[in-house]
Design a protein around this ligand. Structure first.
Ligand code: PNS
Length: 153
């Protein structure tokens, strides 16, 4: 079974990495798909984000890293994946994630969204908070992979 893990990953955090590693244990293949979103102004380019993810996931042999634009379900269909993988941190994630899962299923009925409960130690973590801390000169090395902490510095 192939699972696609879509997201912005601007940048990848230890919470994302946790979901990726656990996804790789559950599925034959996991594709991390970085969204190219012309409506957002990201801190890192898509190429930089792909490189950041590649650098911290070299131990995972059944992982592929890619980028996509347009609808997630179109990408999932083109890749012949069966599962959409997402992490769930806290209750406030739930409404948005459930709405996305239902919408995606209405667009592509054969797709199943699988949520992994984010490990406890990362349940508070988000890319936006990491960027804010880094901008204000705070430490982030306990929140993101080493290579990303260096990039943020
Ligand atoms: O990491 P993020 O930013 O929370 O990921 C959100 C993402 C990329 C999964 C979502 O915005 C998405 O799927 N965007 C692609 C456009 C799309 O398919 N929209 C309909 C989703 S219901």
């Amino acid at each position: 079974m192939i699972a696609v893990y879509p997201g912005s990953f601007d940048p990848i955090t230890l919470g994302h990495l946790d979901v990726i590693e656990r996804g790789c244990r559950l599925f034959e293949q996991v594709i991390v798909a970085v969204l190219i979103n012309p409506l957002k102004t990201p801190l890192f380019t898509v190429q930089q984000r792909i490189e950041q993810i590649r650098c911290c996931t070299q131990h995972l042999t059944n992982l592929e890293i890619d980028s996509f634009d347009g609808l997630t379900v179109t990408y999932v269909k083109n890749r012949q994946a069966q599962v959409l993988l997402r992490g769930l941190r806290v209750l406030s994630d739930f409404e948005y994630e459930l709405q996305m899962a239902h919408t995606n299923k209405s667009l592509l009925p054969q797709i199943e969204t699988v949520f992994l409960a984010t490990s406890n130690e990362y349940s508070f973590l988000s890319s936006s908070l990491v960027k804010e801390i880094a901008k204000l000169g705070g430490p982030v090395s306990h929140l993101v992979p080493k290579n990303v902490a260096l990039d943020l510095e």
